[in-house]
Design a protein around this ligand. Structure first.
Ligand code: HEC
Length: 243
């Protein structure tokens, strides 16, 4: 019985994977790129913390991990607290969030692990105008999301171009692409960079220890290579008498 179920499970999981991975944009995550992480952090505190918290992240930790002086963080990046040792709390109350959006904006500490970097990139890039939605915007990665297009100023406004086809006797309308209605402050290329940096920062936020691990990993590898040579020379020395 167990074995008969196995192919079915495999089939289901690959099917689910294919559906989830459909049409996602590709994220470029580079945790070694400090400048990118810093830019991502700036976008995050300016555009996201007004609604979302990152309750597992402390400003002081972010500052030291990303090499931003605490003073700069305290003066330019903290809008919801005075103490640099505090976690990134949201400016808005949860009940207000629910009342305004129908659903409280979730904490984003580990969102990159829950959704994946590719999904986040697609989500942040594919808001489009939709008068049927309360906030006036819809999204390709998260249909009917309650989140407004908060980066519209940077990206500009997009409209969905749709295609209607008859499938199985029913008319089905699909979004086939997004076209610009009005340009934003950034070009498409620059906006893609903004999203790349922001997603990079969210990936860091999901696991800050990764940066430390990379650093330690480098020294461990260096030690192993160095030690390899010592071991090799020792071996040569010992076997000299035997040969
Ligand atoms: C005006 C308030 C507001 C701001 C500002 C805002 N969001 Fe949101 N966000 C929401 C709401 C509300 C939801 C819940 C959407 C839903 O469940 O339909 C949400 C959902 C999300 C989700 C999906 C979470 C999930 O369910 O998996 C992500 C990711 C996200 N926001 C990222 C961001 C980022 C990054 C920023 C900053 C650029 C940002 N948000 C700024 C209101 C906001």
């Amino acid at each position: 019985m167990k074995f008969r179920l196995l192919p079915l499970l495999v089939l289901l999981s690959t099917g689910a994977h294919a559906a989830g991975g459909e049409n996602l944009m590709h994220a470029e995550v580079d945790l070694g790129n400090r400048a990118s992480l810093q830019r991502g952090a700036r976008t995050f505190v300016n555009y996201c913390v007004s609604c979302h918290s990152a309750g597992y992240a402390r400003y002081s930790r972010v500052a030291s991990d990303l090499g931003i002086p605490e003073k700069v963080v305290a003066e330019n990046m903290m809008f919801t607290t005075e103490k640099v040792g505090d976690t990134m709390q949201v400016a808005m109350r949860k009940e207000d969030g629910e009342a305004w959006f129908g659903v409280a904006p979730p904490d984003l500490s580990v969102i990159a692990r829950a959704r994946g970097a590719d999904w986040l990139t697609t989500f942040l890039s594919t808001f489009y105008l939709d008068p049927k939605r309360p906030a006036g915007a819809n999204n390709l990665a998260f249909p009917d999301t309650a989140m407004p297009h908060v980066l519209w100023e940077l990206q500009g406004l997009k409209r969905a171009s749709t295609e209607t086809r008859v499938e199985g006797g029913r008319e089905v309308t699909r979004v086939v692409g997004l076209e610009t209605v009005s340009a934003g402050l950034q070009s498409d290329e620059d906006y893609a960079g903004t999203v790349r940096d922001l997603v990079n920062f969210l990936v860091y936020l999901g696991e800050p220890a990764k940066l430390v691990r990379y650093k330690i990993g480098f020294w461990v590898m260096l030690f192993l290579f160095g030690f390899f040579w010592i071991a090799y020379l020792l071996k040569k020395e010992y076997w000299r008498d035997v040969h």
